[in-house]
Write a protein that binds this ligand. Structure first.
Ligand code: 5AD
Ligand code: SF4
Length: 500
């Protein structure tokens, strides 16, 4: 199913932030999901085009933007806590402007300005293009707000400025919003309806990242499996997620491709075959299950059963045998019994997850669950169940990591280990973190690493095939030298011609 594609060769465009003290300085703090991280990069791009430049230092800032998350109550609590700190900064520097953007801005709207006097600006996830206009009003001393949601906005034409300058991995949004209305979830209300981005703009963004030396991208959407680009002129040019994945994988075979998040009701075999077919699509699927009980899944409005979920897992194992599988689990959803909870534990055992994000249910205002169901599980029971889930997952992660001991993996080096600058940290295709001595490698290199030990969270290894690396380095040097000689010859010929 190879799909022909045209990628416009872009003029080289840097994706790095500009630090320029002659401009107004913005300090951006981001909470929540990967989508928010990518949104902050869009916001910086819009602001850089409007005479702002980034600062990483609060004291230098003329504007502080907090990109917020509403997914659980404690996410919002943290942000209220941060506002107390920013109040002190504003007391010291009254001309400092403070803006709340993202999901909490969308959820609380004017209430943010009413409750919190230091807030000057509120902008929801679909209102970032209006930030320059809002800021003009704010600079003139008013407060301003835009929380309109859109059915079309995908920011497709905006090149994100990569705030985290690791230069190795980047997020690329392929869609926005969500149409699923899981009963516990606030996202459809804060991020609006689902819309997919023009695939050509996705490919151009990936190409720009290739040209900037990036080695890994993660395609982002609340439910990537429902990505669908409808070509108004020719239905043959419609693109679904499996096709987009393939097109992205073909941009450059050296670029690793990941994606998140998949939905158990929508992930189809086409996606699995694309993963099996292209070596640069990483073997890792994040497939949130939320609960192992079909009764609870129905109350959550997840639209699949335990059996369907397990069938999808079996298919993943059949088509991509070395795929890692990770998940999200909620403990203590409305009416959850001990039996339902046991079902979650037994499903976790059956799947043998490599990793999981685990949460206590947190009722969110205006969601379907908050309107129709009672948050009736006592907090101590939620905590007890969550602890059991975490304990089991720690064991499963440890078992999964132990199975890797002795194996050799391609590891993309993305930074130093937390403990020592003598060690690098990187990730396998399965998205497991590996720590190993640096040798003469660099951040951004792909290393062959043999696993020698592990904890439940990390693999420990050593580089093998040092000779192979040396040969590649030698080859690179020879190529560089040849290019240099050819360039000089060309220059000399041109000079000769000019002289004549
Ligand atoms: N309470 C607890 N966890 C939640 N999640 C989403 N909404 C809630 C909620 N109200 C979790 C789900 C989702 C992940 C991003 O956050 O597990 O997959
Ligand atoms: Fe929320 Fe469900 Fe949409 Fe995920 S799929 S964002 S959990 S509504």
């Amino acid at each position: 199913m190879i799909i022909k594609q045209k990628i416009k060769k872009t003029d080289y465009k840097s994706v790095k932030p500009i630090f320029d003290s002659s401009k107004k300085r913005v300090y951006i703090e981001t909470y929540g999901c990967q989508m928010n991280v990518n949104d902050s990069e869009l916001v910086l791009s819009i602001l850089q085009d409007n005479n702002y430049s980034l600062t990483r230092n609060i004291e230098e800032a003329d504007l502080i933007l907090i990109n917020t998350c509403s997914i659980r109550e404690n996410a919002e609590q943290r942000i209220w806590g941060r506002l107390d700190v920013f109040r002190l900064a504003k007391n010291k520097k009254p001309e400092l402007k403070i803006g709340i953007i993202g999901c909490m801005a969308e959820r609380l709207k004017e209430q943010l300005i009413e409750r919190e006097k230091i807030v000057d600006l509120v902008a929801g996830p679909d209102a970032y293009r209006s930030l320059p206009g809002l800021l003009r009003n704010v600079e003139a001393g008013q407060k301003d707000i835009n929380v309109l949601l859109s059915r079309e906005e995908t920011y497709a034409d905006i090149s994100p400025v990569r705030i985290d300058e690791n230069g190795v991995s980047a997020f690329v949004s392929i869609m926005r919003g969500c149409n699923n209305v899981c009963s516990y979830c606030v996202v459809p209300y804060t991020r609006g309806a689902e819309r997919s981005r023009n695939p050509e703009t996705v490919l151009n963004e990936v190409q720009t990242l290739v040209e900037n030396g990036y080695r890994e991208i993660t395609l982002l959407g609340q439910n990537v499996d429902s990505y669908f680009w409808k070509d108004e002129t020719n239905p043959e040019k419609d693109v679904n997620f499996a096709q987009l994945l393939e097109m992205v994988a073909l941009v450059n075979p050296a670029m690793r491709v990941r994606f998140a998040t998949s939905h158990p009701k929508d992930i189809n075999n086409g996606v699995l075959y694309a993963m099996a077919m292209y070596q640069n699509i990483c073997n890792c699927i994040h497939l949130p299950v939320q609960s192992g009980s079909t009764r609870i899944l129905e109350l959550m409005n997840r639209k699949y059963t335990r059996e369907h979920y397990l069938e999808r897992i079996a298919k993943i194992r059949e088509i991509i045998p070395d795929c890692s599988i990770t998940t999200d689990i909620i403990a203590g959803f409305c009416t959850e019994t001990d039996f339902d909870h046991e079902q979650t534990l037994s499903l976790m055992n059956e799947v043998g997850y490599d990793f999981a994000y685990m949460f206590k249910y947190s009722e969110r205002p205006n969601t379907k669950a908050s309107r129709q169901l009672k948050d009736d599980i006592a907090d101590e029971i939620k905590t007890k169940r969550l602890n059991e889930i975490i304990k089991l997952q720690n064991r499963l992660s440890l078992e999964s990591n132990r199975r890797d001991i002795g194996k050799i993996f391609d590891v993309l080096i993305d930074g130093f280990s937390k403990r020592s600058t003598e060690d690098f940290s990187g990730r396998t295709s399965q998205n497991k973190t590996v720590v190993f001595p640096k040798e003469n490698y660099n951040i951004g290199d792909l290393a062959n690493v043999r696993i020698t030990g592990c904890t439940s969270a990390t693999l420990i290894g050593e580089i093998v095939d040092e000779k192979h690396h040396e040969t590649i380095t030698e080859l690179k040097n020879i190529i560089d030298e040849t290019i240099h000689i050819v360039e000089n010859k060309i220059k000399n010929t041109i000079k000769d011609k000019i002289r004549k």
